[in-house]
Design a protein around this ligand. Sequence first.
Ligand code: UGA
Length: 427
Amino acid sequence: MKICVIGTGYVGLVGSAVFSDWGHSVIGVDNNLQKLEMIQKGEMPIYEPGLKELVSKNLQNGNLRFTSSLEEGVNNAELIFICVGTPMDIDGRADLKYVYQVSEEIAKYMKEPKIISIKSTVPVGTNRKVRDFIKSKTNVDFYSVSVPEFLREGSSIEDMNKTDRTVIGSDNQEAIEKVASLFAHLNAPIVKCDLESAELIKYASNSFLATKISFINEISQICDLSGADVSRVAQGMGLDSRVGSKFLNASIGYGGSCFPKDVQALYRTSSDLGYNFQILGSVMGANKNQKYTFIEKIKKVYGENLSGKTVAVWGLAFKNDTDDIRESVAIEVVRILRGMGAKIKAYDPAAISNAKKVLGDAGIVYTNNKEECLDTSNFLVILTEWKEFITSDINQLKKVETIFDGRNLLDVELMKKENIKYFCIGK
Ligand code: UGA
């Protein structure tokens, strides 16, 4: 199939690479020339396991190419994916200006019938509005299809290749079948539905997962107060197949470019439609609160004033296996600790250069590895769930007086046995 993917962010770049790897002829389009130059040289603008290799392979075999010309992209494809950003606007709604910008250009350049598919996360009703907008700008026939994306940063290639399901929404059955043929080889269920349901499936899924995290985080508060162990509670709950074990890891709260934005946007969409989505209000409140509970644990040991103290920080990214620090709770925690007067020694396997851009150098030293961080630090905070932080190297851990584990990565029993002062979430 001839495919054009507009936008080379997470969804667009990974999508282009994976579709081309499936044997299709893919043109990726972006108006950021610097970014395109990088990608063409095989340098990835984002850290994503396996992406560099996949892009290089498919650039070489000719299945994949990139251009800054939307006209060229559109006219060399039967299927167009819009994968541009939909950031949060100041009211908490999804800002659709990039979606409309590229839609206008597609209308301008399109010479023959196309399938135009929005992969960006857009509020319910958007596909229909964009369809009407494009219709008002061109006489060429086209079909609107909503194909929301469910990949996670850090495991996006595997997520696309081993998806749990594909969702395809459209008013046109032929267009649905054409898009479905692209995903048929995955042997995963395909949900074929109307545009609005497809749009809502995406928001409902992300909001439900965020709810699951906030729920277990609130359970962790009860565990702290009652002496129960949140990991055992999550294990016991998760074994019920109706509940499921995934996304029940208690933490300092969810972050990233998706959950905070999408929960807020669904909440706004609901109120715009005249409905007060009460649960989502609580999910956001609980998430905001969770990091302060963690900070309270530190205050109980070290007080409100941390001047004279050095804190080792493990993890700055919003989650493991990414360099992304957007809405990272780790960054917020570092800001709070620095605000309390602490000196910070921070390490992250991939996110240091991005973290530097927002945190700067004042009061922070960035280290080359996790061990270096511990030297001369008073206490350690673990903020991101990178695998390399799961350690039982007691000699290293004993370099600090206290450990505050915001991701429950260390073994409580071992910490007890080794007499290490250890605080975590809900245990
Ligand atoms: C999320 C969804 O999981 C994807 O399905 C979706 O496609 C994507 O948003 C999107 O809309 O683009 P992502 O934000 O990349 O993916 O990362 P997640 O793995 O979902 O993690 C989100 C946040 O929740 C992270 O801060 C993570 O540390 C936190 N989390 C996750 C927990 O605190 N506990 C958990 O049990 C799981």
